[in-house]
Ligand binder design. Structure first.
Ligand code: WTA
Length: 670
């Protein structure tokens, strides 16, 4: 399709019907028409206990549940009285059912040889995975880790990361995975908040030809915790990936030695349905990331069910599922590990960056492993568009059946390019809307059922009673903007914010409908069109999505003001061609400091050190004062429009305390 014809499709507001299964090379769609979806959806909302009860029957339970749902807002108990184990259902069940020799994880490391072929590749069968996971579970036990002890995992994208997560689940030790791009300070904050006794890490990980020194970051985090007087870690288990020189300290244990001596016999611990499976820290409106709590049975069922239907996963059909996220984010938890493995379709893990050694890398991986489902973020798609069509064109992408996106709204141009250049103009695109808190998909097309429109995440997932409401919980009219809300509990919903009950209630459950029922408030703006499709309009709080990674503007502000040269800072999102949202910082330098390029550079480095490279501001503007209301609040709306490059201030600034501040800021734009 030419750029012109893409534009005309967009102008027509065209709807794409799902293709016939044969057009994409599958033999069937599991949900094959809109009527089929409607029928299942109605049942899931009107008879949730029956709907989820039937899904639960497909899983292994040590003890059957007494009740499907007990709802005492905002507390949901799913499958009370039941006992199961997520690791058992991901791994052991496949072995028990006779599929132990089938591939569970397909892995490719980043480094390549002179001809561009990957040096490191592995395929782990379910049986091999069971052995590795059991051994590691015994290693954890031998270090005193048991049910309820939180284990921090800070690793690169190697199979051992999934093995570590599953080993924790096997023995009932909740994990807290920290993305490998986060800094020592960020590790220290999370480990302290979780009082984690153990960290599992790697010497390093490959990223764009360089080693990310993971173990050094852990060492620095331990030092920071020691200096602050609270250091809960007793053991650091280190996996050797890159032959990176590391210093072995008193707490350190070698993964390889420990595994050599471990038995591979470790039965799965029966877990109560509502026992914590993991904690995952994510950004919110305050400077401090919050630990989102997910539990066992409901999370398992929802992620497996959504994986199956959103991506049309069918065992024994040579499918290979690839989600390009990192396991450090919820997308990796749900759609690399926990949701995919129970579906008996191999999950592909890739260690490195999309453009190493060339911008064809992702497409070569699709070609080499005959990937059938490909799931990535809009920011990556925009980067691919920029890198040029010759890269996908140089590879055979004909194995692809379903394409997914997640993390931020996808602009229609990127959607059309994805469908056309990657999906051969036929693969359905599933634009999946969800959050760390929702655990799994909440709004998404189903590839064989839902007509799609570029830029819309379309219809609610089975079991999700989604609505757009005003602040009082009244449903918005067609095409009227409002707040994204979910009116009924669903199995993979967060169960709390770790150690902060009040924050859980205040952040998510303060919207109450007219009949007195609390709603889940997602923190996104949305509207529903005449076809009932949802369109996400972005966050309504101080959270921004930078390259699909979630960050709080307050976190970046706290990092900036912690620098000696900064008196005050305000951070807002600004439009960015590739990242979707970039970070703009307005900074007032302290007396004696001059706002010059050098200071700008050192502030960027400082933020990277405090949070991680993803939080580096794209633009820093120095200003003698920040625009504030008479009551002293920073006028973020105004800063957003200045950061977006608006030259004329059209906003109401009658409450602005000092008009000259805006005049100065706006002048610098010229
Ligand atoms: C945004 C990522 C539009 C949204 C799974 C949400 C999206 C936040 C989409 C959660 C989408 C995610 N369309 N916006 N398809 N998917 N978002 O917790 O603002 O890292 O609230 O979870 O990402 O980010 P989180």
């Amino acid at each position: 399709m030419t750029d012109q014809s893409i534009q005309s499709v967009l102008n027509e507001n065209r709807v794409f019907a799902p293709p016939a299964p044969s057009e994409v090379g599958t033999d069937r769609w599991l949900i094959s028409s809109l009527d089929h979806y409607n029928e299942l959806y109605t049942k899931s909302i009107e008879q949730p206990e029956q709907f989820w009860g039937e899904i639960a029957e497909e899983f292994h339970w040590f003890k059957k549940w007494d009740s499907v749902l007990e709802w005492n807002a905002p507390d949901a108990k799913w499958f009370s009285g039941g006992q199961t184990n997520v690791c058992y259902n991901c791994v052991d069940k496949q072995v028990e059912d006779g599929f132990g020799d089938q591939p569970a994880i397909v892995w490719e490391g980043e480094p390549v040889d002179d001809s561009g072929n990957p040096v490191d590749q592995r395929r782990l069968t379910y049986k091999e995975l069971q052995t590795e996971v059991s051994k590691l579970a015994n290693v954890l036990k031998s270090h005193g880790i048991g049910k309820g002890d939180i284990v921090t995992i800070y690793m690169g994208m190697v199979p051992e990361l999934a093995i570590a997560m599953l080993a924790c689940a096997r023995i009932g030790a909740p994990h807290s995975v920290i993305f490998g791009g986060f800094s020592a300070q960020a590790i220290a904050d999370r480990v302290t908040d979780a009082s984690s006794k153990m960290i599992i890490t790697c010497d390093g990980s490959w990223r764009r030809g360089k080693v990310v020194p993971l173990k050094d970051n852990v060492d620095e985090a331990i030092k920071l915790m020691e200096d602050s007087g609270s250091q809960p870690v007793e053991h650091v288990l280190c996996f050797g990936r890159c032959h990176n020189d590391i210093k072995w300290g008193a707490l350190d244990r070698c993964w390889h030695e420990s595994m050599d001596n471990a038995s591979d016999d470790c039965p799965c611990e029966p877990m109560e349905s509502e026992d914590m499976l993991f904690l995952l820290y994510t950004s919110g409106s305050t400077g401090k990331p919050k630990g989102i709590v997910h539990t066992t049975a409901g999370y398992m069922l929802h992620t497996a069910m959504t994986s199956k239907y959103t991506f049309n996963l069918i065992p024994d059909q040579n499918q290979v599922f690839w989600c390009t996220a990192d396991c450090g984010w919820i997308t990796g938890h749900s759609y690399i590990v926990y949701g995919i493995l129970p579906n008996r379709v191999p999950t592909l893990m890739f260690e490195g960056g999309p453009d190493y050694p060339t911008a064809s890398r992702f497409w070569q991986i699709v070609d080499r492993h005959q990937v059938t489902q490909f799931y990535t973020a809009p920011t990556a798609i925009r980067a691919f568009m920029k890198w040029g069509d010759e890269h996908p064109e140089s590879c055979d992408l004909s194995s692809l059946q379903v394409l997914g996106t997640v993390g931020e709204p996808i602009n229609p141009e990127a959607w059309m390019w994805y469908r056309d250049k990657i999906g051969r103009g036929v693969c359905p695109i599933v634009d999946t809307y969800w959050q760390t808190e929702t655990g799994g998909h909440v709004i998404t097309p189903l590839p064989g059922a839902t007509p799609t429109k570029p830029g819309s995440c379309t219809l609610p997932m089975l079991g999700i009673d989604a609505a757009v409401t005003d602040e009082l919980g009244n449903e918005a009219k067609e095409n009227e903007g409002g707040l994204m809300a979910i009116r009924k509990p669903w199995p993979s919903m967060l169960r709390g914010v770790y150690g902060d009950r009040q924050r859980f209630i205040d952040t998510y459950w303060s919207t109450v409908s007219k009949d007195g029922k609390p709603y889940y408030a997602a923190g996104d703006g949305a509207r529903r069109d005449e076809m009932g499709n949802f369109w996400i309009m972005g966050r309504t709080d101080d959270v921004i999505n930078v390259s699909g990674h979630r960050l709080g503007t307050m976190e970046v502000e706290s990092a900036l003001v912690a620098h000696e040269s900064v008196v005050e800072a305000a951070v807002v999102g600004m439009p960015h061609e590739i990242k979707g949202t970039g970070i703009a910082a307005f900074v007032t330098p302290a007396p004696g400091f001059e706002g010059n390029d050098e200071l700008m550079q050192s502030l960027r480095e400082h933020v990277a050190k405090d949070i991680g490279a993803i939080a580096k501001p794209d633009m820093i503007r120095f200003t003698a004062a920040l625009p504030k209301t008479r009551s002293g609040k920073i006028m973020r709306r105004l800063l957003r429009s200045i950061a977006a490059g608006d030259t004329e201030i059209t906003q109401d600034i009658t409450t602005l305390e000092d008009l000259s501040v805006v005049a100065n800021l706006a002048q610098k734009d010229e």
